[in-house]
Design a protein. Structure first.
Length: 349
């Protein structure tokens, strides 16, 4: 039994906060580090990042904005925003999906999110707002970070393979901008420079349409556990993204055994790589010897949206899905651990 990803709907909030963040971060640094930060920001390959936080006529860091005063609001205030905004943004992505394909009677709901907590869970809130039957089976994939979309789609694949009549709605929603940290150090500011908000939704069934989800894979890179992590603090979730990550990924991808695991021994004609940052995409491209245009979809998503954690890979897959047919594709994402997870895919006959 083969599971098929029919289509992907996407949504981002209306407030572009990228330029405002750059100005705010620049002002926090001493002169020498400002020049380095400005160079890194210019090279990041990001043009826009979107936030659920209202701009109050300016941005969240301007007077009257959510982050106008220090200390910044605590985790409870941020989670109140999450409980309200995350389901709303997720439903916008589901609406976009429904404009592409008929959803039909949903039997399973799989939701991935690592930027907030609420109970009843976001899966229950989404199910209720969609009017799904109470019998719909739900799965919430939490705090897995950027590769959580892989875990969500992999779970949908397992469900369809065990229950051929299943219609699985997969949702990823991340509100990374709820976790700005009042830090004056360049490395965490460069990490925060990457992240924005976004949501995506996909339909997975056994009916041939879109992409077949094929062999999944997962691995954890050795001696790398602290390179990507979220720390829960009294003022939100603090992201740690080490500058060592691209080099560690490149080293790992130099291992023929790992490349064999990723590609299944075939030559891929389609790549959907999580747009975790320009340096990460460069590391993947160079380590695997990919053509210069192989990661164009990933770079386009990075430019338009930044890194939206688990939603990012779904945005990339949506672009690949809209392009020419793929005979042997590879979806790949990296996240906390440092782990690499993914799956093969191909266009439906």
């Amino acid at each position: 039994m083969t599971a098929y990803l029919h289509a992907i709907g996407t949504a981002v909030p209306p407030h572009d906060i990228h330029a405002a963040f750059i100005g705010w971060a620049h002002a926090r640094l001493p002169e020498r580090e400002r020049r380095l930060f400005d160079r890194m920001a210019a090279r990041a390959g990001i043009g826009h990042r979107w936030s659920v936080l209202p701009d109050t006529g300016g941005s969240p860091v301007d007077p009257g904005g959510f982050y106008a005063d220090e200390p910044h609001p605590g985790t409870a205030a941020r989670m109140r925003h999450y409980a309200e905004a995350a389901p709303t943004l997720a439903l916008q992505a589901i609406d976009d999906l429904a404009r592409q394909v008929p959803l039909g009677p949903i039997t399973h709901l799989v939701v991935a999110s690592c930027t907030g907590f609420v109970a009843p869970g976001i899966d229950q809130i989404i199910a209720a707002r969609l009017g799904l039957a109470p019998s719909v089976e739900r799965l919430l994939v939490g705090f897995m970070g950027c590769y959580a979309a892989v875990a969500a789609l992999r779970s949908a694949r397992h469900i369809v393979r065990s229950q051929p009549d299943a219609r699985v709605l997969v949702v990823t929603v991340e509100l990374s901008t709820l976790h700005l940290q009042a830090i004056d150090a360049i490395e965490p500011l460069l990490a925060m420079l990457q992240f924005g908000d976004g949501a995506a939704a996909a339909l997975v069934t056994a009916e041939p349409h879109g992409f077949a989800i094929e062999r999944p894979f997962a691995t954890t890179l050795p001696v790398s556990a602290d390179l990507i992590r979220w720390d829960i603090t009294d003022t939100g979730f603090a992201m740690h993204l080490s500058g060592e990550v691209p080099g560690r990924i490149a080293t790992a991808l130099a291992d023929p055994a790992l490349v064999e695991t990723l590609t299944g021994g075939a030559a891929p004609d389609g790549w959907a790589v999580h747009a975790g940052g320009r340096s990460i995409l460069d590391a993947v491209e160079q380590a695997l010897g990919l053509p210069a245009d192989a990661l164009d979809h990933s770079r386009a998503v990075l430019a338009a949206n930044g890194n939206m954690s688990s939603a990012t890979l779904m945005f990339v897959l949506a672009r690949v899905l809209a392009g020419p047919p793929v005979e042997h594709g590879v979806a790949l994402a990296f996240g906390p651990g440092l782990a690499a997870e993914g799956f093969g895919f191909r266009s439906a006959p």
